[in-house]
Ligand binder design. Structure first.
Ligand code: BLA
Length: 240
């Protein structure tokens, strides 16, 4: 379902010199013991980024997911890239969330980093829907210009490829631009906020139950602590 997006994302990363790095043993792939789901992940090292992870979950008509987070180097205060696409085939429900995830919400920060996303957001009205959230706080690590759709797939499936491409190229532009100008948020504070993002996301992510039901508690716990949100479980030393 989301394979063209996965190809586009991974190609963009490779075009920017990204190369795949090892994922802790046993976590790169797992098939459900029920035999009806497969989860595959990639971890990329890309210049200017500390970590870039990508995950695809395929469970046929039941569920298809593409999820990705890019963490910039601590020396760069620009937002994280956040992608969460879900398709529930049986009901035809689509959930699409594409955001530049801000470290802070102050006007100066949003002004500096969000001109591009603001413009993409204004061109895709399908993705400006009601951001009613059940698990997350929309004002914490989400931006006011997040592309968000939750509803019948027919209402957004045609424009999703265009929105996705524009969103991605806008993020690459933001990254290139911000590498040329100094950060306003200190390196130490960026580190603290990125760690807090992992802690917050690990606590709130609505996917835990879903992973457990497919892959069991032992594998899921390892996947969360060692791959999805490693900073949230590490004993973090905030000195450099
Ligand atoms: C919602 N994400 C969801 C839901 C699931 C996942 C099952 C609930 C679906 C619904 O609202 O009907 C699934 N999340 C996953 C999976 C992974 C994951 C499979 O992390 C990991 C592989 N979520 C992100 C990122 C963003 C994000 C990076 O992981 C940012 C763009 C956003 N997901 C996001 C939001 C919601 C969501 C905003 C709605 C949550 C809410 O209602 O509070």
């Amino acid at each position: 379902m989301f394979d063209p997006f996965l190809v586009e994302l991974n190609k963009g990363i490779q075009d920017h010199g990204g190369y795949a790095v090892d994922i802790p043993s046993g976590l790169a792939k797992c098939s459900s013991t029920k035999g009806n789901a497969l989860i595959t992940s990639w971890l990329w090292k890309v210049s200017g980024f500390r970590r870039w992870r990508v995950t695809r979950l395929e469970a046929g008509e039941k569920l298809q997911v593409l999820n990705s987070v890019a963490y910039p180097e601590y020396s760069n205060d620009h937002p994280l890239l956040g992608i969460d696409l879900l398709w529930f085939g049986k009901t035809g429900k689509l959930v699409a969330v594409l955001d530049f995830q801000p470290l802070v919400q102050d006007a100066d920060y949003l002004d500096r980093h969000f001109q591009g996303l603001k413009s993409v957001h204004s061109r895709f009205s399908e993705f400006c829907g009601d951001k009613k959230m059940h698990s997350f706080d929309p004002n914490k690590y989400f931006s006011p210009w997040m592309l968000f759709f939750r509803g019948e797939e027919q209402q957004a499936i045609e424009s999703l490829p265009f929105a996705f491409s524009e969103f991605l190229s806008c993020y690459w532009s933001l990254h290139e631009l911000s590498c040329q100008s100094p950060s306003n948020v200190s390196e130490e504070e960026v580190k603290r906020l990125q760690i807090d993002y992992d802690i917050y996301s690990a606590q709130r992510d609505p996917a835990h139950g879903l992973f457990k039901s497919y892959f069991g508690k032992v594998w899921t716990d390892r996947f969360l602590t060692e791959f999805l949100f490693p900073e949230s479980f590490r004993k973090n030393d905030l000195t450099f």
